[in-house]
Design a protein around this ligand. Structure first.
Ligand code: SF4
Length: 325
């Protein structure tokens, strides 16, 4: 019996965002990661980096213990870090003021400041209320549940040629592990978007490979709303992540550097794509015709229903109550 040849990754080192770009549109992936065409940068990118940096330092460097948190004035510290970071990471990019209006920039400033302050308040609230409601006996125990074990944990696999950065690794009572990813975007709904789900299972897969221990849960924390959505991890999700990584590597190996082989995926998001010809890019895709998600139905009256289903209702009634025949 001949042995199957060993699977090997493509030449590219992947990341969850590269995989998500490929799944969203292979042609966008080509422009971004193979041709390396420059993209239109916006404030959202810089704001995300700033918030992640501040939160990383919060637990990793500044407030490593409860006494430090209680005596160190985290709200004042975070405000200082925000103002310094805004100057260094955002204000100095004068061109951002050409991409966005002053109103947009001012709104983003206030929103980011509030988002960080809300984060400190939410930690304080958890510390106080978890003791008040007797979930934990003391604030020290509550601190262990709230403060992460690691902030900004890099995970990688040579075998699968992929790397990722997990924002937070937490341990629960029984030593179980939860991985969290912070999201600063306004996007929010009562569901977990597909690309977030992919990102989370990839983190779970890489963490398991690297630590030899499967996390119980992975989740996204929407910082604006202080709300978290979790995915329970089992071997099924790890296998799914592995298949996904291999799928994208195989697609790259097959397509190599041929632009035409990377399919265009026409979608409503094309209008915001840096590579769309309407935005000065090379992609000549034909935009799909816009259709409303929900078609408005004319309101039915009882009279309408009655007339439409009259025959059926009568028939059903006959079946249910044959004695009335
Ligand atoms: S414009 Fe649309 S089809 Fe073209 S690269 Fe961007 S997302 Fe893909």
């Amino acid at each position: 019996m001949t042995e199957e040849p060993k699977w090997t990754p493509s030449h590219m080192r992947l990341s969850p965002s590269k995989i998500n770009t490929y799944m969203k549109c292979p042609r966008e992936f080509y422009y971004k990661y193979i041709s390396k065409l420059p993209e239109k940068k916006t404030i959202h990118l810089f704001r995300g980096t700033l918030v992640h940096k501040v939160l990383e330092n919060l637990f990793k460097n500044k407030f490593k213990s409860l006494p430090q948190w209680e005596k160190g004035g985290p709200a004042i510290w975070i405000q200082g870090e925000f103002e310094k970071g805004w100057e260094e990471k955002i204000a100095k990019h004068k061109w951002l003021w050409e991409v966005h209006t002053k109103e947009e920039m001012d709104a983003m400033y206030i929103e980011t400041e509030q988002l960080l302050q809300n984060f400190v308040q939410s930690v304080n609230k958890k510390l106080t209320e978890m003791v008040k409601w007797k979930i934990y006996k003391s604030k020290y125990q509550a601190w262990n549940a709230v403060a992460p074990k690691y902030a900004e944990r890099w995970v990688k696999s040579h075998e699968y040629a992929i790397v990722g950065v997990i924002d937070v690794v937490c341990n629960d009572f029984d030593g179980g592990t939860t991985l969290l990813d912070y999201k600063t975007s306004k996007r929010y709904g009562p569901y977990l978007p597909e690309e977030y789900y992919r990102q989370l299972i990839i983190y779970a897969f890489l963490y398991t490979l690297e630590m030899g221990e499967m996390p119980n849960f992975v989740g996204v924390n929407y910082l604006r709303f202080d709300d978290t959505f979790f995915v329970k991890i089992s071997q099924t999700q790890l296998d799914e992540a592995k298949d996904l990584i291999k799928f994208v590597h195989d697609a790259i190996k097959e397509r190599e550097e041929h632009e035409g082989k990377y399919e265009q995926k026409p979608q409503n998001l094309c209008k915001w794509c840096s590579f769309y010809k309407g935005n000065g890019g090379p992609c000549d895709v034909t935009l799909p015709k816009w259709e409303p998600k929900y078609k408005r139905k004319s309101k039915e009256t009882y009279k309408d229903i009655d007339s439409k289903f009259k025959g059926q209702i009568e028939l059903d009634a006959q079946k249910q109550f044959p004695e009335f025949d």
